[in-house]
Structures are given as C-alpha cells and as structure tokens.
Design a protein around this ligand. Sequence first.
Ligand code: SF4
Length: 317
Amino acid sequence: MAYKYVFGPVMSGRLGRSLGLDLLGDRICSMDCVYCEVGATRDRTCERRVYVPAADILKELALWKEEGLEPPDMITLGGLGEPCLNLDMETIILGSRRLFPDTPVAVLTNASLMTDPQVRRELCAADVVLPSLDSLVGDEFAAVNRPDRTITPQAVAEGLLEFKKEFKGQIFLEILLAEGINDSDENLGLLQDFCKRLAPDRVDVVTLTRPGTVKGVRPVDGAVLSRWRLALGGGETRNRERSGTGGKEMSLERMTAAVTASLNRRPQTAEQLAQALGADPERVRQAVEALEKMGDVTRRDDRGQTFYHGTGHVIED
Ligand code: SF4
C-alpha cells in the first residue's frame, strides 16, 4: 500500500525509530530554511487551515497498524512543512494515541506559531515537542530561516517561554548551525541566556548532515559544535542501533513504497534508510537502485556520501 501522509519509519537521532505523519501534504511552511531537508518552501504562510483533514491521516495510520510491522518508538508530526499550521493538529495527536496507546507522540515545529495561545493549547496534547530556534540575532534569523515577514526571533522566544509554563511533557530544543550564517558569538551569548530561562529537557546543537535547500550552505566544523554544545549544555545526538524488523518481513512492494515516501521527505543514504526501515541493507539498496533507474529517485554526492532523494525534493542553485 502506498501511503500519502504516513512515512518511514525513519531513524531519528533524538526520537529513535520514528513513524512520520505529514500534516501538510505539500511544502507549506512559515519559514524557508536554507538547510531544509524537504526542499524549498512552495507556500510560505502563517495561515492556519485544514491542509490535510485528520480523518485522512488517521485512516492511513490505521492501515499502517493493520500491516502488523514492528511498532515505532515514536509517532512524529511533521512532514513537508510546519505541522502547527494544520488546524486539525490536536485531533491528529489524540487519534494517533488512540491507535497506538503505548507510543508517545512528538511534534517537530519551528515554534513560530507558539505566539498563538490556541496553538500552545493544542501542542499540550503531545508527549514531546521539538522546537527549533537557530538564532536570536535578527539578521541571522532572517538569513538562516527566511521566515514569513511577520515572524521575529524575539516573539518566537517569548512564545516558547509561555509554552514551557503550560506544557507537562518534554521539550527538546534544537539549534542548527550553518557556517558563517548563525554561528556568531553574539548568537551563542543570546541563546545561552535564553536556554537558562527556558530550561528545556535537552538542547541539541546540530549542523547540516544532509544536503539542504540552498547549495553552498556549509556545516560548521566539529570544534565549533563542541564549543556550542559545551556552552549550551547540549549532548551528542546519536542514532539508536536497531536491527531486524521484529515484526513481519516487508514485501518488496511495501518496501519500495516506504523508500519512495521517505526519500520524498528527506535525502538519505541507503544505509540510513535500511536502519530506519529495520530492513536488510542489500534489499533496500536494490529497491533504491530500481527506483533510480525508473527516474523516481536521484542521487547526489555530498561530503563523500551518496544521498538519494525523491523527485519531489527541490534544491535551489
Ligand atoms: S526546516 Fe522546518 S521550518 Fe524550516 S523550511 Fe523546512 S519544514 Fe519549514
């Protein structure tokens, strides 16, 4: 069965084996980050709408459950854009929990809509919220996140602080550094003060590990990452090792559909795909190469690794 809104599982450094739900169905976001893994934003907006109805997403999730594969470690709302833009977000969180009562629900968000008390109330239904905030320096924020013109980093920070007072679950803050864009000492100082006030459950300072939207945007080096992690109390992000499906062996048809859906959302190496899908690396490699021959997947070499991405993934020159 080919899914439109359920993708993965993908192996996430922070969440383990994570089954993704796409709440937008298209590249719709309040930002257009230079490092975005799903490609350039097609519609940059802060307007909340039912971009994909909860019923459509939950119907797919119920079908995924019926397949009897190994349950994921986490169900993660995200996908091709900013999930908080979907007015059905809370219904989707609650419906996911009804289908998988033992699996926590996480939301990946750029935090830009946390200025809205209604969005914060809806997010409180989740178990884990993973906001990102890459810079508190206005010019840097504009350069790295390319947000809707109504969004300021100060408003995002205040929204996050309000959310922290209201939310009973865990907050994993992510800061992504791009060389020469948001790795300044000024930003580090401001984020240090902010992290002290927010006191999130963890801080993940990361850099680009996959091709982003804009060519030429570079990761920071290991020494910079270590310095920031030390200053912000952030730990290393590691993938959890998993092997085998623990459930039914995936059919080739099912695996091909899962590989396509996953690569349309984030570029990955064949090894990363195999780990995420809990499948035999050789079978995954065969599926990827078959898709490449059919023109449904293309490859790109980046820093000595071969990444594959779906034809829906757009990279700016
Ligand atoms: S990285 Fe996240 S916030 Fe940035 S453009 Fe992509 S989906 Fe939107």
